[in-house]
Design a protein around this ligand. Structure first.
Ligand code: PMP
Length: 441
């Protein structure tokens, strides 16, 4: 028995499924999740002493790689002043200023965001954004897309991606019908379906929430003009547009997926952004932000209540500021380069084994869909029709070769600025065997 197997037996006794987030479980791929004891740069090490090149990156936050010196130092400095005060700190303002500044530097039509409210998880950010949209518009219904994941908010679990998709669940038990009655689920990349929903419920829809680019049913690229089209439709029907950049924010570019695409689509901006992951550099923090007139609807100045004992935690804020400060142009270029190199190598390895596939990308974020034609996947139906079962063998072959990937075909591949030539070579040399395994499964 390996140490990880022993530890997993022990954890299963006291933690449901042995994990504190279902996406970490190996239920869909089989086997025992390695227990991680250490991480540095592009590597993680497990309790048995195995070292892996990490393609999970804590599910997004590790943009700079693990244990980045400046981030660790910033957290050490913060620790020396105390862990949490439940009172205002200058760091919160600094992080908010950094986020606002970064977004607005990419805005082509005047400021896109004035204020942000810091929370602790992406789930809180999207949950609050919906409450805010409802409070602001005085309307109840929301539109979400099948296959998009916005955290485990009751109203947003219908046909959700990520772990909900991995476990083939339609949603979640324990969510009342009354809660989901106000959620309208439509197919992704389908503006006609959005218009139809708006026409069916005139004056009732508070917001459309969308992932900036879906990365939780695997990556699905928004079609040309899709996000801009959502902006036009929400404006036409008096609803807010909530742009969930929890995963893509400050990863797809220095201003997220929005920063990568909005200028060439006329410089549109959503009403509310949500952020998470990278803005905490591995510590728990997330945020929602938007124009002042909307954000001021939040308590204490406005009627929409939201709060948090640990919101704007000093350690998280310190890690976030240090991460964003070090997320320079070179960092994004390095990740973009590594991503395009890896996509090419994955494609070549799968082609060599005759495995039909498409590589779906949103900037440097990508994933592989098996058994699809060249046109790839456009929505959740396409994802469900793909040969996702091939991923199990692919995943285990990569793991055996020392590459740690998400234990699900419906998650993105995360690279970091620390993925140097040695790490990339290890991944690339693992690909032929993994492609063979995928071909014969
Ligand atoms: N939105 C998106 C797009 C996400 O990818 C996630 C998490 N993967 C969330 C929201 C929820 O964030 P958290 O897990 O921090 O609650």
């Amino acid at each position: 028995m390996t140490v990880s197997e022993e530890l997993f037996e022990r954890s299963q006794r006291v933690i449901p499924g042995g994990v504190n987030s279902p996406v970490r479980a190996f239920n869909s791929v089989g086997g025992t999740p390695p227990f991680i004891v250490d991480a540095e740069g592009p590597y993680v090490k497990d309790a048995d002493g195995n070292q892996y090149v990490d393609l999970v990156g804590s599910w997004g936050p590790a943009l700079l790689g693990h244990r980045h010196e400046a981030v660790i130092e910033a957290v050490h400095t913060a620790v020396d002043h105390g862990l949490s005060f439940g009172a205002s700190t200058v760091g919160e303002t600094e992080l908010a200023e950094t986020v606002v500044d970064r977004i607005n530097r990419s805005a082509t039509n005047g400021p896109a965001i004035d204020q942000v409210r810091l929370v602790s998880t992406g789930t809180e950010a999207t949950m609050t954004s919906i409450r805010l949209a409802r409070g602001y518009t005085g309307r109840d219904k929301i539109i979400k897309f099948a296959g998009c994941y916005h955290g485990h908010v009751d109203a947003l679990l219908s046909e959700a991606g990520s772990g909900v998709a991995t476990l083939s669940l339609p949603g979640s038990a324990g969510v009342t019908q009354a809660t989901t009655a106000e959620t309208i689920v439509v197919p992704y990349n389908d503006l006609d379906a959005v218009r139809t929903a708006f026409e069916k419920y005139p004056g009732e829809i508070a917001a459309v929430i969308t992932e900036a680019a879906p990365c939780n049913m695997g990556v699905v690229t928004p079609g040309p003009g899709f996000n801009a089209g959502l902006r036009e439709l929400t404006r036409e029907f008096g609803a807010l547009m909530i742009f969930d950049e929890v995963l893509t924010g400050f990863r797809a570019s220095s201003a997220g997926y929005w920063g990568l695409t909005s200028a060439e689509e006329g410089g549109w901006a959503p009403d509310i952004y949500t952020f998470g992951k990278v803005i905490g550099g591995g510590m728990p923090i997330a945020a929602l932000g938007g124009r002042r007139e909307i954000m001021e609807y939040l308590a204490p100045n406005g009627p929409v209540y939201q709060a948090g004992t640990l919101s704007g935690n000093p350690l998280s804020v310190a890690a976030g500021i240090a991460t964003l400060r070090n997320a320079t142009g070179q960092v994004y270029s390095a990740i973009d380069r590594a991503s395009s190199h890896l996509r090419q190598e994955v494609g070549a390895a799968l082609d060599a084994e005759g495995v039909q596939h498409s590589i779906q990308s949103a900037g440097n974020i990508f994933s592989v869909a098996f058994g699809t034609g060249e046109n790839g996947v456009r929505n959740y139906e396409d994802v469900k029709a793909s040969e996702s079962y091939r991923y199990t063998a692919f995943f285990h072959s990569m793991l055996d070769s020392g590459v740690y990937m998400a234990p699900s075909p419906f998650e993105a591949w995360f690279l970091s600025a620390a993925h140097d030539d040695a790490a990339m070579d290890r991944i690339v040399s693992a690909l032929p065997a993994a492609a063979r395994a995928a071909a014969s499964s």
